[in-house]
Design a protein around this ligand. Structure first.
Ligand code: ANZ
Ligand code: ZN
Length: 836
């Protein structure tokens, strides 16, 4: 088969018929989006899966009366372009644009139905002008701020990273451990201010995978607790955040994180040197190390527990995280494992204040509480690890005897009443650190004036162009843009005096936090988009991409959508109705396909050898879309055989008559095939709309082909005209059912069987639920839950009939000999369970 000329022809016709254009006045809109590509230049068949899944859905929707928006784009800024530019001695822009051309050609070759007129490239000024504009809106709204701060720093790439980008203490790009570094000037977006809404609205994302919703909930990490002020000996106070205020009488030390400003201000003169030395070392340790070997240093100062007036030592310890809570913990070794290990290491006291053995009553006698416990009280010396379970409060003054869950409330109320604390909520989520010390990104539209401070670039002066000059890109801890005097020098927008541009560029996750909506009006140079366009298309109906973006990207784009909504630019406050995470593509051994592993399969060779349809069919057939697939040549052989068989069927039956079918005149074999056709249609609708299990559509079509018979059997002499009409109609519908997956095959069959125009402008087969009904079903019969036999019953048989048949089934009757069934449970259409 000459698939190349078939492909060529249809590419041409689709172009002529503007098949992939986006309707300008959608009545029934469907916005399909795949997470756009990073133009990395090593596109392999693994990358294609994402786009193919989206394309199948887009094509199906077009055939079923939806007005589809399905646009392409490139996440074109980013650090790998700089790495490649250094390595190959080129400009990041050249490298990027070349890769875009290659990637684009491959996607086009794969027949992805993109509306290329809406293509987006985040590195082009017509796009990043609006990225800068968004920055200015956040700045105006007080949601962007400048701060000097401890940041996650990758010593290899020499750049700052968000928590999302350094999860587990590892740089997401180079995989090296991350340390802390204090940056004098970096920009943050106030994501934390949106934490509560980002969390609450997860409940509305009912069409997102449960796993992603859980990941987001945990990442936002809402924690309800209590804040308590401890007075410092010699003046001042420190505040702690705790989720276990019920253990407050067990505090034997306090600890401050090395990042905390307190680590500088608290130490006594004697200890200043030692603490400074410790902090220096602690901050270059990576997080995993910090967590594993807890150590610290005494500040020389003491704090006073407001509940019992006890004086405890104040330490600096690096297991205390800088960015969480208040950066200070109250150490309760008896009931917190980290505190326990720390106390053991430094010989600090362990004091039991929650005792499961203290099960008795507590009696109030005047001012004192006397508790009567059962069993032996827990002894600190006996503890080999912290006791984190529940129990009653002991050694806790007026709270003795209180069950600890209740104690949490009581202690908090007490602190609030006395004015030294109260309830508090904390989030693991941090504000979004967005400055990057990089060249290949979107310049931050800010001018720093010595007199007026940081001033936003006026909107009319946007975009702040990224200079095209070749700069030295070797990471050195500050942006290469700082080396370009012509770029740096600027007039203060406020006073007109000499000032300097901000030289950092924005985190590329900002580029991808709003691109989804730019597609509604991508060429607009007057505004970010026209209101009427965003109203037509937002939100994304189906968003497809890898689960690795569950934390970072999927949170950022929800955040920016909410901000744009609040500022009145966007009608919706969630970006995507449905999120679908596709599975990875692996090699035959199960290793994820990648260029660095050397197991990447290039699409070009596959497409040249097998053609687009076979490649797409194979990919669809390997596994359900959310599962991993193991790429292998056999899959292509199988898909090729399948495609040929479908072609053959069409060629055999194209001379058959067409027209209305009298089903009463069909032979039993044809009736069975007809029924199967409608089952396939039902399956296809379900797969294309809901579970995206395209593989099951294919296996159903294969079963259908088997029922229709081998080619020789398509045209048996005893067949009636109605049989022939039915078989022809089956072939015609199969063409349409397969078209979203194998578009050329779909077109070609459709045409050969007399269809006019593109199959994608034709109507998808209509399900006749009546015809799809199975008349017999096989039912499993169990005795006491164990399978003992099978019966075949009419699909419409009553429960009584099924019960009778089950008991009469010889193998069952034999197994039951001498026993009386106590109960017979019938699960309609599935099983009978006999309880004896
Ligand atoms: C005393 C205590 C006693 C605690 C006890 C726990 C058990 P979540 O649930 O994650 O919010 N903590 C507070 N700030 C911290 C920081 N900056 N770095 C490291 N740990 C910090 O955890 C809250 C608990 O984590 C707090 O409750 C505090 O230890 C610790 F038996 O306070 B707890
Ligand atoms: Zn000024």
């Amino acid at each position: 088969m000459d698939f190349k000329s078939i492909e060529q022809e249809w590419f041409g016709r689709w172009e002529e018929e503007k098949l992939h254009d986006t309707p300008s006045e959608p009545r029934k809109k469907y916005f399909v989006l795949e997470m756009f590509a990073y133009p990395s230049g090593d596109i392999h068949v693994g990358h294609l899966r994402n786009y193919m899944i989206g394309d199948i859905c887009a094509r199906y929707r077009k055939m079923t009366g939806w007005d589809v928006l399905h646009p392409p784009g490139w996440d074109a800024f980013g650090q790998p372009a700089e790495g490649a530019a250094i390595k190959y001695n080129t400009h990041p822009r050249d490298w990027t644009l070349k890769n875009i051309e290659t990637g684009r050609a491959t996607l086009q070759r794969m027949a992805v139905t993109y509306d290329w007129k809406r293509e987006i490239r985040t590195c082009e000024p017509d796009y990043y002008k609006w990225t800068q504009w968004i920055f200015l809106q956040l700045h105006k709204a007080g949601l962007a701020y400048l701060s000097s701060s401890w940041v996650n720093w990758c010593p290899k790439d020499e750049w700052a990273l968000t928590n999302e980008q350094s999860e587990g203490g590892i740089c997401w790009r180079c995989k090296n451990p991350v340390v802390k570094k204090k940056l004098g000037r970096c920009w943050f977006f106030k994501t934390l201010g949106y934490a509560e809404r980002l969390l609450k609205d997860i409940d509305r994302l009912t069409e997102w995978p449960e796993s992603v919703r859980t990941i987001q909930r945990n990442w936002i990490g809402r924690s309800e607790g209590t804040e308590v002020d401890f007075e410092l000996e010699g003046g001042g106070k420190v505040r702690v955040f705790t989720t276990r205020p019920d253990t407050i009488f067990g505090v034997t030390f306090m600890a401050v994180s090395p990042e905390s400003p307190l680590a500088e201000t608290l130490p006594t003169d004697n200890q200043r040197e030692a603490v400074a030395e410790y902090v220096r070392k602690a901050l270059v340790r990576d997080e995993a190390q910090r967590e594993k070997e807890k150590d610290g240093v005494f500040t020389g100062r003491h704090a006073i527990n407001p509940f019992n007036g006890e004086k405890v030592q104040l330490w600096v310890a690096d297991y205390v995280l800088g960015g969480y809570g208040t950066g200070v913990v109250m150490g309760v070794p008896a009931h917190d494992q980290r505190d326990f290990e720390f106390a053991k290491k430094y010989g600090l006291a362990v004091k039991v204040v929650i005792d499961p053995a203290a099960g008795g009553r507590a009696v109030q006698a005047g001012n004192a509480t006397i508790s009567f416990g059962f069993g032996k009280p827990m002894q600190p010396a006996e503890l080999t690890e912290a006791y984190v379970g529940s129990g009653r409060m002991v050694n806790s003054g007026r709270f003795d005897g209180t069950p600890n869950e209740e104690g949490i409330k009581k202690v908090t109320e007490y602190a609030a009443a006395k004015g030294f604390g109260g309830p508090a909520v904390n989030y693991k989520l941090r504000d979004w650190l967005i400055s990057r010390q990089r060249y290949w990104g979107c310049p931050i539209p800010i001018i720093h004036c010595a007199k007026c401070g940081p001033q936003p670039v006026p909107e009319k002066d946007l975009p702040v162009l990224l200079p095209a000059q070749v700069v030295n890109l070797v990471p050195k801890g500050r942006s290469p843009l700082a080396d370009l005097p012509d770029f740096v020098k600027a007039a203060c927008p406020k006073c007109g005096g000499a000032a300097e541009r901000d030289t950092d560029t924005m985190d590329t996750f900002i580029d991808s936090s709003w691109y989804q909506f730019r597609y509604v009006d991508p060429r607009n140079d007057k505004e970010i988009w026209r209101k009427e366009e965003i109203r037509k298309w937002a939100p994304v109906d189906l968003y497809i991409g890898g689960v690795e973006h569950a934390r970072g990207h999927c949170l950022y784009f929800r955040f920016i959508t909410k901000v744009l909504h609040d500022l009145g630019f966007c009608p919706v406050d969630e970006p995507a109705v449905r999120l679908f995470n596709h599975g990875m593509v692996c090699d035959e051994k199960g290793d994820i396909m990648s260029k660095s592993r050397g197991n990447a399969v290039s699409p070009a060779a596959i497409l040249d050898k097998w053609g687009v349809d076979v490649c797409r069919l194979a990919m669809a057939f390997f596994a359900p879309s959310e599962d991993q697939i193991k790429w292998n040549e056999n899959g292509l052989v199988g898909a090729d055989r399948f495609a040929r068989r479908v072609y053959e069927l069409a060629d055999r039956v194209k001379g058959f008559p067409s027209g209305p079918i009298d089903r009463s005149k069909l032979q039993p074999a044809t009736t069975a095939a007809w029924r199967k056709l409608h089952q396939v249609i039902r399956k296809a609708i379900q797969s294309y709309e809901q579970d995206l299990h395209f593989n099951t559509v294919l296996s159903h079509v294969m079963e259908l082909l088997n029922l229709v018979g081998s080619p020789a059997a398509y045209d048996r002499p005893e067949m009636t005209d109605d049989d022939r009409k039915a078989i022809r109609k089956i072939a015609f519908d199969v063409a349409k059912i397969l078209a979203p997956m194998a578009p050329f095959l779909g077109e070609e069959l459709h045409r050969r069987l007399g269809g006019t125009g593109s199959v994608f402008r034709s109507e998808f087969p209509v399900l006749d639920a009546e015809a799809a009904k199975e008349d017999v079903v096989e039912i499993v019969v169990q005795i006491n839950g164990k399978v003992r036999g099978k019966i075949t019953v009419g699909a419409e048989s009553s429960e009584d009939q099924v019960r009778e048949m089950a008991l009469a089934e010889p193998s069952i009757a034999k197994a039951l000999e001498g026993k009386t069934p106590r109960k017979v449970i019938v699960v309609k259409g599935r099983l009978v369970n006999i309880v004896v």
